[in-house]
Write a protein that binds this ligand. Structure first.
Ligand SMILES: Nc1ncnc2c1ncn2[C@@H]1O[C@H](COP(=O)(O)OP(=O)(O)OP(=O)(O)O)[C@@H](O)[C@H]1O
Ligand SMILES: [Mg+2]
Length: 263
């Protein structure tokens, strides 16, 4: 199969332990080009570990994976050229303005016309009015949007967003969701991790739940909802939420706090 036809991300039998703790015990999934794939799991499920492995920052103990059609083990440099990673904690420079942050990254990537690239991204992420302000004055949502904008410099075909909205207020989350939808609309493949069932429901065309080291469900939202018994008819027909599906499958007590705990 050529790099062009392969799925954007393919993961088979991924394993990773930290000491005696077996965090990933054979993780399998694949992500089609241009899709938004949500990796859902509670605190400590191993989401960041998966993202760090796929972005070549961490070596797996077992399994094979390819990103952008390139094999992680044998072509890590090609993988790095195909991706960008927006980590769980924003990586923007507080002292610089939003525009300066973008120009800096464009220069570091040796792109021509860094100012134009910065201005286009500021516009796309509704940050034009705040462009000249120091990032230290930005709200959490603005920082996240800037962080995502920075990760798009150079147009990587695959982007990883590790918990893009954890800690944001509802308004800021909606703004980040719009930004993510917009980039998938342009053909970028997005793998995002989240603890928020609602986020996966809003954004992703495929959702996988990582639990006890394995993917226990993987499907579209509609497929996941079909795993539940039919909707109950009370006065109005209640559709199952992804949260209902999660607890039906994980089989635990329905205590949202363990899934939604903020950092
Ligand atoms: N460098 C490390 N050394 C030892 N244990 C680690 C290390 N990194 C992660 N772990 C452990 O591996 C498990 C998975 O961690 P990971 O950060 O991948 O989870 P996560 O799903 O991203 O969680 P969160 O939602 O809190 O971000 C956790 O139990 C964590 O404590
Ligand atoms: Mg994490």
């Amino acid at each position: 199969m050529t790099a062009r036809q392969a799925p954007a991300i393919e993961v088979r039998g991924l394993e990773k332990s930290y000491g005696k703790s077996r965090v990933l015990r054979g993780v399998d999934f694949s992500v089609a080009r241009g899709g938004i794939f949500a990796l859902l799991g509670s605190n400590g499920a191993g989401k960041t570990t998966v993202v760090r492995i796929l972005s070549t920052l961490l070596k797996a103990d077992g399994g094979v994976a390819s990103v952008g059609g390139f094999d992680l083990a044998t072509q890590p440099a090609n993988v790095r050229e195909s991706i960008s990673l927006t980590g769980q904690f924003a990586a923007v420079d507080e002292i610089l303005s939003g525009r300066e942050n973008l120009v800096l990254v464009a220069r570091l990537r040796h792109l021509s016309r860094p100012g134009k690239i910065a201005d286009d991204l500021l516009e796309r992420f509704s940050l034009t009015d705040a462009a000249a302000r120091k990032v230290s004055t930005y709200s959490g949502g603005m920082r996240r949007r800037l962080d995502i904008a920075m990760s798009l410099i150079g147009n990587p075909p695959v982007i990883f967003l590790d918990e893009p909205t954890t800690g944001l207020d509802p308004q800021a989350r909606v703004e980040v969701w719009q930004a993510v939808k917009e980039l998938a609309g342009r053909g970028t493949t997005v793998l995002l991790t989240t603890q928020y069932l609602e986020e996966a429901e809003q954004l992703a065309d495929r959702i996988a739940i990582l639990h006890e080291g394995r993917i226990i469900v993987n499907g579209t939202l509609a497929e996941l909802k079909r795993l539940l018994p039919p909707a109950e008819v009370e006065y109005v027909e209640k559709q199952p939420t992804l949260e209902d599906v999660f607890f039906a499958i994980v089989g635990g007590e329905r205590k949202s706090a363990s899934v939604r705990t903020e950092k």
